[in-house]
Design a protein around this ligand. Structure first.
Ligand SMILES: [Zn+2]
Length: 306
C-alpha cells in the first residue's frame, strides 16, 4: 500500500517512532527509530572496516569562513543555516527577552557569529586537510559522520531539516579517486540489500539555487558527477538514501589542497542518509520493528542493542 509522505509521518508519530516539535522537518526520535539508525550505522562501520579509513568527527557547526570559501552561499543560499547570537548591553537584553517571550521579531538584536550549521558531513574535511600539508602520494580516506542542516521545511519525513549523514571521503589523484569511486555504487546497493532495501541507481544533481543553478545541475548530470541510490519510502517518488559524489578538483581550488608534487588533488565522497535509511526500514518492514524479518534484525544487530 502506497501512502503519502504526510500520512507516513502521521503513522510514525502515532507509533512514537518520531515526535513532532511544531516545526516541519525537526523531529524527536523514539527508541525504535534510534535503534534502527544506530544498527544501520553499526553495519556500515563493519562493512567499511576493511578500508581502514581515518576516523574523524566534527561538531554540527563549521566556521563561517569555511562555508564562504567553499562557495556554499553562492550555490545553496536557500539551504544554508547561519548562527546568530546576542552581543548587546543590558537594556537591549531586556528588549530581546521581552520580545522573545511574546514571540515577536527579535532578529534586529542578533549579530552573526563565526559559525554556520554543517550542510554535509564532509564539508569540514577540506580545510582540515589543507592545514595538514600536502596530501600523501597514496591519498587519504576519511570517515566522517555528523548532524547536518538544510533549510527546507517540509511535511515529508524523508526531507528533514536536521539529519545525520555518514560518509567516506576519498582524496588523491584523479585515478586514485576514480578507482575508489567506481566500486561504491554496487557496494552501497549490497549493504542496503542486506537489510531488505532494494534500491535503484540514477544520475542526480545537487539542489543548486536559481537559473545559474539549473545550468550547474544539468552539467553535473551530464558529467556523471553525482549518483544516487533511492528507495520508495512514501508517496510516488523514491527518496535518495545514498549518494556518490565526485567533486573533481573543486575543493582543491577552494582550499588550496595539494598533492605531493604541488598539483591540485581530486576528491569524492559516498554519503548515507542515516535518518532516511531508518525511515526506509520502517516503510519496508512495518512500524513494529519486533516483527521485522530475522535476517534484517540480525544484520542491524537489533537483538544486541539496548
Ligand atoms: Zn560529502
Amino acid at each position: 500500500m502506497v501512502i503519502s509522505p504526510s500520512e507516513f509521518l502521521r503513522a510514525l508519530c502515532d507509533h512514537k517512532i518520531l515526535f513532532e516539535t511544531g516545526v516541519d522537518g525537526i523531529y524527536g526520535r523514539g527508541g525504535s527509530f534510534e535503534r534502527a539508525l544506530l544498527g544501520f550505522e553499526g553495519l556500515l562501520t563493519t562493512r567499511m572496516a576493511p578500508d581502514h579509513a581515518d576516523l574523524l568527527r566534527f561538531p554540527p557547526v563549521i566556521p563561517r569562513r569555511d562555508m564562504e570559501t567553499a562557495g556554499y552561499l553562492s550555490s545553496f543560499p536557500h539551504l544554508a543555516g547561519s548562527v546568530f547570537s546576542f552581543t548587546g548591553d543590558e537594556a537591549e537584553a531586556r528588549t530581546l527577552g521581552s520580545l522573545a517571550k511574546e514571540h515577536g521579531d527579535w532578529s534586529a538584536l542578533q549579530t552573526q557569529t563565526e559559525v554556520c550549521l554543517t550542510p554535509a558531513a564532509c564539508y569540514p574535511i577540506y580545510p582540515w586537510l589543507a592545514a595538514q600539508g600536502a596530501v600523501a602520494a597514496d591519498g587519504r580516506l576519511i570517515d566522517v559522520s555528523s548532524f547536518c542542516f538544510r533549510h527546507e521545511p517540509s511535511d515529508d519525513p524523508a526531507r528533514m531539516q536536521s539529519f545525520r549523514m555518514r560518509e567516506h571521503v576519498k582524496i588523491g589523484t584523479q585515478s586514485q579517486v576514480e578507482a575508489w569511486h567506481s566500486g561504491w555504487s554496487e557496494r552501497g546497493a549490497d549493504i542496503l540489500r542486506s537489510v531488505g532495501l532494494e534500491t535503484t541507481e540514477a544520475p542526480a544533481s545537487d539542489p543548486f539555487f536559481g537559473r545559474t543553478g539549473r545550468m550547474l545541475a544539468a552539467n553535473q548530470v551530464a558529467q556523471g558527477f553525482k549518483l544516487e541510490r533511492s528507495y520508495l519510502i512514501a508517496g510516488s517518488r523514491p527518496t535518495p538514501v545514498m549518494s556518490l559524489n565526485y567533486h573533481h578538483d573543486h575543493f582543491s581550488h577552494d582550499f588550496d589542497l595539494k598533492g605531493p608534487g604541488g598539483e591540485p588533488i581530486h576528491s569524492a565522497c559516498v554519503a548515507f542518509g542515516l535518518d532516511r535509511v531508518a525511515l526506509a526500514l520502517f516503510s519496508a518492514h512495518g512500524l513494529d520493528d519486533t516483527k521485522w524479518p530475522a535476517d534484517v534484525r540480525g544484520h542491524l544487530g537489533l537483538d544486541e542493542l539496548p
